[in-house]
Design a protein around this ligand. Structure first.
Ligand SMILES: Cc1ncc(COP(=O)(O)O)c(C=O)c1O
Length: 388
């Protein structure tokens, strides 16, 4: 089988790392010299810096975004007997986090224009056991803070943001991570702010939540060898924090590069609307941080999503699908009792969405090439395309 050479990757992290390589190496060297690998100085420095940048008070670094959700919910006193509302079309980690906290995930549908949680559907899912809602700021766009705060106030629910894809996103004057009681972030390498491995953080302005989270990530320890709750071992490595802290000052610039790329895609793709290629809606103006640039291939398109994706791959253009199977249809979660048809918008989106290459450093000519290749595929001249 011929190996297809990648002309435009889905993500390219080398560009950002090369631009600050000396700084990154120095930060790593500093930790090696100090030797404070666990709960070291660079961790507390980064926790404070990231919390401040996100417009909130306390940051508690953990091993992953999934742990930030699981432990963060427990730090908010959510657990067995509680129901937590989440969107069906999120990454499974949101759901897994709720389960690990011992609570029951209650899934709801999403808005087909933005893929963000549908708050009207959420209102209908509330029961006397509902304790919290997890808005997922999917693809880098925040769920409307005004609507969320109204919703939480009306129904007396706690807001726990899943901001894994939305570092420094803004909407209606709020930053991601500053709207709810607490918020979870992921520093998975390809995230807008990514580590050199796994990592995550809980942000909160609530001191009790912060203190409980500090214990939970460190074997439930209040002081050395005194354990007042079970907890676990889930700490963000000092080395990872040092790397992330070096990257943080560049994040706003990288996010604005992502926004420019998205605007360029929007412009280039406009003529393909007639062929059923529709970008997901940006309802937050310049505050969308475009972790992913997602288009819908709707029913009016002459080709199936799979055909388009395969032909882009054949032309050396990598794409992704976020996510091809909604949470309620994942084999692991059949015991939650959901079935096909329960969340029609999420199910439809799962079949229609396609994520195009997106990363700081993607050039205008590469964007033009992605769109021109799509136009070419749609025009049916696929045989020629394969021989480019
Ligand atoms: C929406 C969402 N929630 C949670 C997570 C979990 O983060 P992690 O991979 O760091 O555990 C991710 C990222 O993978 C995510 O995209």
């Amino acid at each position: 089988m011929n190996k297809i050479s990648i002309r435009i990757p889905f993500v390219d992290l080398k560009i950002q790392h090369h631009s600050i390589q000396t700084q990154l190496q120095q930060a790593i060297q500093d930790v090696l010299e100090k030797g404070d690998f666990i709960l070291g100085q660079a961790l507390s420095d980064f926790e404070a810096a990231f919390a401040a940048a996100s417009g909130t008070e306390y940051g508690i670094g953990v091993a992953s975004g999934t742990d930030a959700i699981a432990l963060g919910l427990q730090a908010c006193n959510i657990g067995p007997g509680d129901e937590v509302i989440i969107p069906a079309n999120t990454f499974v980690a949101t759901l897994i986090g709720v389960l690990h906290a011992g609570a029951k995930p209650v899934l709801v549908d999403c808005d087909p224009q933005t893929a963000l949680i549908d708050l009207e559907a959420a209102a209908k899912a509330i029961t006397p056991h509902t304790k919290a809602i997890i808005p997922v700021h999917l693809y880098g766009q925040m769920v409307s803070p005004h609507e969320l705060l109204d919703f939480a106030d009306t129904h007396k629910l706690l807001i726990f943001e899943d901001a894994a894809q939305a570092h420094l996103a803004e909407r209606e004057g709020y930053r991601a991570g500053s709207v709810g009681t607490a918020a979870a972030f992921s520093f998975y390498p390809s995230k807008n702010l990514g580590a050199f491995g796994d990592g995550g953080m809980l942000l909160t302005r609530n001191l009790d939540v912060a203190q409980k989270m500090l214990r939970l990530r460190n074997y439930g320890s209040s002081q050395k060898y005194v354990h007042i709750e079970t907890g676990t071992n889930s700490r963000l490595d000092t080395l990872q924090a040092a790397v992330l802290h070096q990257k943080l000052p560049y994040l706003a610039e990288w996010n604005s590069d992502r926004l420019n790329i998205a605007q360029q895609y929007d412009m280039e793709l406009a003529p393909l609307a007639a062929a059923g290629i529709i970008p997901m809606q940006n309802q937050s103006d310049t505050g969308h941080v475009y972790h992913l640039y997602v288009i819908k291939i709707d029913d009016s398109c002459p080709l199936e999503r799979q055909q388009i994706q395969e032909q882009l791959t054949a032309a050396g253009i990598q794409t992704g699908i976020h996510y091809p199977i909604p949470c309620h249809l994942q084999p692991a979660f059949t015991n939650l009792g959901y079935q096909q048809g329960d969340f029609p918008q999420a199910e439809k989106l799962a079949n229609q969405i396609l994520s195009l290459p997106m990363y700081p450093g993607l050039t205008n000519s590469q964007i033009k090439e992605v769109v021109a290749t799509m136009a070419f595929i749609l025009s049916g001249e696929t045989q020629q395309l394969l021989h480019i």
